[in-house]
Design a protein around this ligand. Sequence first.
Ligand SMILES: *[C@@H]1O[C@H](CO)[C@@H](O)[C@H](O)[C@H]1NC(C)=O
Ligand SMILES: *[C@@H]1O[C@H](CO)[C@@H](O)[C@H](O)[C@H]1NC(C)=O
Ligand SMILES: *[C@@H]1O[C@H](CO)[C@@H](O)[C@H](O)[C@H]1NC(C)=O
Ligand SMILES: *[C@@H]1O[C@H](CO)[C@@H](O)[C@H](O)[C@H]1NC(C)=O
Ligand SMILES: [Cu+2]
Length: 244
Amino acid sequence: MRASQILTVSCLGAFGVSAQDASTSAPVVEGNPAGRAVRATLPEEPFFMSGSLEGNVEGYITAETGPGGVGVTYGVHFSNLPTEGGPFTYHLHVDPVPADGNCTETLAHLDPYQRGEDPPCDPSAPETCQVGDLSGKYGAITSDPFEASYHDPYSSLIEGQGSYFGNRSFVFHFANKTRISCANFAPVEGGNGSYPTMPTGTGGMPAGPTPSETGTVPPISAANGLNAVKNYAVAPLIALLFML
Ligand SMILES: *[C@@H]1O[C@H](CO)[C@@H](O)[C@H](O)[C@H]1NC(C)=O
Ligand SMILES: *[C@@H]1O[C@H](CO)[C@@H](O)[C@H](O)[C@H]1NC(C)=O
Ligand SMILES: *[C@@H]1O[C@H](CO)[C@@H](O)[C@H](O)[C@H]1NC(C)=O
Ligand SMILES: *[C@@H]1O[C@H](CO)[C@@H](O)[C@H](O)[C@H]1NC(C)=O
Ligand SMILES: [Cu+2]
């Protein structure tokens, strides 16, 4: 009886794909929908008024499914920066900006694997950083204008995943972490029409592209890889239960 209960726990671990591992290493995201793209553009007024800022920092982040559905390719553009208080940082934050524009309400960085803030992100091991710590992984803002393009394997455009940010925001900060401005991501309109409405993951099934939506085979191997990782994660727990 006990063994079967433990087996149930093991299976839940293997198939609970929406569960987040309490690991500090972010997995590579596969199966992002082809052609999906989002953008977040800073508003005209800053959240934090700084003496050296005329109007607001101008800029936006675009993000689209990476090659082969792996990760996300970002394009980052900022200008009209304050003349003091840099280098500036920016991150994906957990919650969207409310209608009143209050950047505090975006809460913390997107960190689905609960790595936490400390120690600071080591850009030579980006998988160990908070998923949302884009400037930590790919560089802070040290020029005006600033432009960067990079591929982040750990970001998701698949609704339902912890690393999904299409319904979230980014925040632009002074080096001392004060929030200057923030913006919500939204789907890029007028693309090539290949932004399918995603199934909402009812019935415990993982939300993800179906073959008819994308014309591609779902990432079976990716799912198996994930399950393998989760089995590793529960194996010590199972061993412990048998020892009791
Ligand atoms: C839309 O763009 C995606 C990504 O570039 C591409 O895979 C897809 O074939 C395009 N669809 C159409 C109808 O052009
Ligand atoms: C952060 O830096 C900015 C720019 O130098 C300054 O205006 C602001 O007062 C600082 N905030 C804190 C909490 O130190
Ligand atoms: C923004 O929200 C925070 C947290 O809810 C609140 O403490 C703060 O007063 C708000 N700031 C403004 C300018 O409304
Ligand atoms: C955004 O999407 C994620 C994954 O689907 C979900 O867990 C989260 O609750 C959503 N956040 C908001 C503010 O809707
Ligand atoms: Cu931030």
